[in-house]
Every structure is written in structure tokens, then in C-alpha cells.
Design a protein around this ligand. Structure first.
Ligand SMILES: Cc1ncc(COP(=O)(O)O)c(C=O)c1O
Length: 354
């Protein structure tokens, strides 16, 4: 493909994965059947699901630590509801950190289920920073945060300690950097950034935290039901799971999360350096909280917008218009985005200044 795709999600996937996926749509495992017309209970697809699960555990270095991996549907948005349903006890309370639109949506859903304490918010500055130094009530059932704020371009560089459980929405930076993933009791992420096409939601959950709320949970919202059925309580999103498996294998072959983190750092530093040195641009997020996945920036002179837009479009760049709530530009540089494409954008910015 010839375009440099900086879309925020759905977004760029590795070319090799797209090719393998397209072949499987026509002929899966040389069975003369399409991937999307075989039974999800066929041996071939069950193997895909098992492989996807084991790649997640391996890449996050969670082997033998009691985590279950689920591929569900409903997007990260349904997890906003499933998390409190499964972890918030009837009389209990949960703490939430409000760092952007997605955190705010998670808070809204959780409030339908129980008592929610918003420990801090960066809404006062249109979410351009990550609040720090807040206190988490030690009696809460869990603390919820969003590791990377896709819309505003901020990212948590460290995570607080809490006596309760740790829950994290990692939709837009999972598999992008090395973290001690075992500090989280539940991680969820929509597939459509660093993992695959839209349609699958990854949930990684410590099994022994479940079943303790005293609630009657509808089956489709109950993690224990999905675990007991190996993510096949209902028909899974076979195509999204298959492409996720291929992308995870691609990441493993590349050297895993540590290897991609180095590439991601190089891409982000290249772009932020241009934003900081080119007088025509300025970054949106506070420097210490800058996201290495979604780079938000504005023109210092808005009257140049039409000209700049023509320049990047002419260079084959796609998807850098900012989200409507921030304006300006947002370049999403997920795992599959090559350094060469970031260089093309930087060259356009440099040339524009000249
Ligand atoms: C951080 C974050 N959380 C949640 C969501 C919502 O995900 P979905 O559309 O899969 O429900 C998004 C979507 O972009 C996101 O970036």
C-alpha cells in the first residue's frame, strides 16, 4: 500500500499480516474453505484461538501467573460496564482516574453499577496532562486508569500502587512498551490499534479475583462464563481473532515488546523533536506526559492550515487531522507504523517551514 496511514484506530496493520489474512479469507489452512466460513469450533480455528491466547501471555510475560486471556466483543466500551459488574462488590466502591474522553466514558458506565470515586481529573486543561500525587482510598475494590489517552495524546509513564485491584484500559498502547504487566489484575483493550481489526476485545484477567462481588451477572457480561467456554460462549469474531493472532506472531518474530518499544521510541522522538524545533508547530500535551502512540500538535499560525493540509496529503499521508475535541493534528504511530513513514511526515513539516 502506498499511503502512510497515521489513523488513530482502526489503523495501520503490518503489510505481511494483511497479506496472510487476505489469503486465509480465500483459503484457510489449505482446506479450500474461507476462514470466515468455517466453524469456530473446527480444529483449525480452535488452534488459532489457543495460539492467540498463548501469544498474549508470552508477549506480556505473564506465564504461570494465574491470568486468563479472553477475546470478547463489544469493544473496550463494553468493558467499561463489564469491569464494575465483575469487580465492584454490592456495597463497595471503585476509584477512577479521569484522563480523557475514554476514562470519562468508563466512569459514566461504572456509575450505573455502583459507588465511584473520581480520584483526580485533568479535564481542567482539556486533558493535556496526567494528574499526579492523588490519593486512592485503600478500601476501594479497584482502581481504574487509561494507560494511553488516544484523543489527547497523553500517556501514563508510571502507575500508582493501591491496596485494591488494578484495572487498566490499554486500548491504544498495549504491546507497545515494556511494563510489569503483573501489576495489573485486569487489562482490557479493543483490538483495533496494536493488535488487529475492530471486532475483538482483549481481556487479560487474574482468575482468582473473579466471582467475589455477590452480584448476579448476565452471562454475556460474566468473565467467568467466558473463561469457562474458552472465549466461545457465543460465536467469536473469527476474523478479528485470526488477524490478532497473526499480528501477535509478527510482534513475536520481531523480538517482542522490548524490540518494538525501541522502534516506537525512535519514531516518537523523531516526531516530537520536529514539533519542538520547528517554529510552525507546537505540541498539545505536557512534555512529561506525551504519548508515544498518538502525537498531538497544532500549527502556531492557524491561517497556514489549508496550505499544510495540501502538503501532507500530497505526500501520501492519511489520517492526521486531530480529533474534533482537540483540533489541530494527531499522528498515530502504532506498532505497525514504520519509521520511514514518520520520516515522511517530518520531511513535510520541515519543507513546509522552509
Ligand atoms: C483508550 C480507549 N479506550 C476505549 C476505546 C473505545 O474502544 P471501542 O471502540 O473498541 O469500544 C478507545 C477507542 O478508540 C480508546 O482509544
Amino acid at each position: 500500500m502506498k499511503k502512510h496511514n497515521f489513523s488513530a484506530g482502526p489503523c495501520i496493520l503490518p503489510q505481511v499480516v494483511l497479506k496472510q489474512a487476505s489469503e486465509a479469507v480465500l483459503n484457510f489452512n489449505n482446506e479450500d474453505l474461507s476462514l470466515i466460513e468455517v466453524s469456530h469450533r473446527s480444529k483449525g480455528f480452535v488452534e488459532v484461538m489457543e495460539k492467540a491466547r498463548s501469544l498474549v501471555v508470552e508477549l506480556l510475560k505473564l506465564e504461570g501467573k494465574g491470568y486468563a486471556v479472553l477475546f470478547l466483543q463489544g469493544g473496550a466500551s463494553l468493558e467499561f460496564l463489564m469491569t464494575p459488574y465483575n469487580l465492584l462488590s454490592k456495597e463497595g466502591k471503585a476509584a477512577y482516574l479521569d484522563t480523557g474522553t475514554w476514562s470519562a466514558k468508563a466512569i459514566k458506565e461504572a456509575k450505573l453499577i455502583g459507588d465511584i470515586d473520581v480520584v483526580a481529573s485533568s479535564k481542567d486543561k482539556n486533558y493535556n496532562y496526567i494528574p499526579k500525587g492523588f490519593k486512592i482510598d485503600p478500601t476501594v475494590d479497584y482502581f481504574h486508569c487509561t494507560s494511553n489517552n488516544t484523543i489527547f495524546g497523553t500517556q501514563m509513564k508510571s502507575f500508582p500502587k493501591t491496596d485494591g485491584l488494578m484495572v487498566c484500559d490499554m486500548s491504544s498502547d498495549i504491546f507497545s512498551r515494556e511494563l510489569d504487566f503483573s501489576q495489573f489484575d485486569l487489562i482490557y483493550a479493543g483490538a483495533q490499534k496494536n493488535m488487529g481489526p475492530a471486532g475483538a476485545t482483549l481481556v487479560v484477567v487474574k482468575e482468582d479475583i473473579l466471582g467475589k462481588t455477590g452480584r448476579n451477572i448476565p452471562s454475556m457480561l460474566d468473565y467467568q462464563v467466558h473463561i469457562s467456554k474458552d472465549s466461545m460462549f457465543n460465536t467469536p469474531s473469527v476474523f478479528a481473532v485470526y488477524v490478532s493472532m497473526l499480528t501477535l506472531q509478527w510482534l513475536k518474530d520481531l523480538g517482542g515488546v522490548g524490540a518494538i518499544e525501541k522502534i516506537n521510541n525512535a519514531k516518537a522522538e523523531l516526531l516530537y523533536n520536529e514539533i519542538d524545533t520547528n517554529p510552525l508547530f507546537e505540541g498539545v500535551a505536557e512534555k512529561e506526559d506525551r504519548s508515544y502512540m498518538n502525537v498531538t500538535f497544532v500549527l502556531t499560525d492557524e491561517s497556514l492550515k489549508d496550505n499544510f493540509d495540501r502538503s501532507w496529503k500530497a505526500a501520501g499521508i492519511n489520517g492526521i487531522s486531530g480529533h474534533r475535541s482537540v483540533g489541530g493534528y494527531r499522528a498515530s504511530i502504532y506498532n505497525a507504523m514504520p519509521l520511514e513513514s514518520v520520516q515522511v511526515l517530518v520531511d513535510v513539516m520541515r519543507e513546509f517551514n522552509k
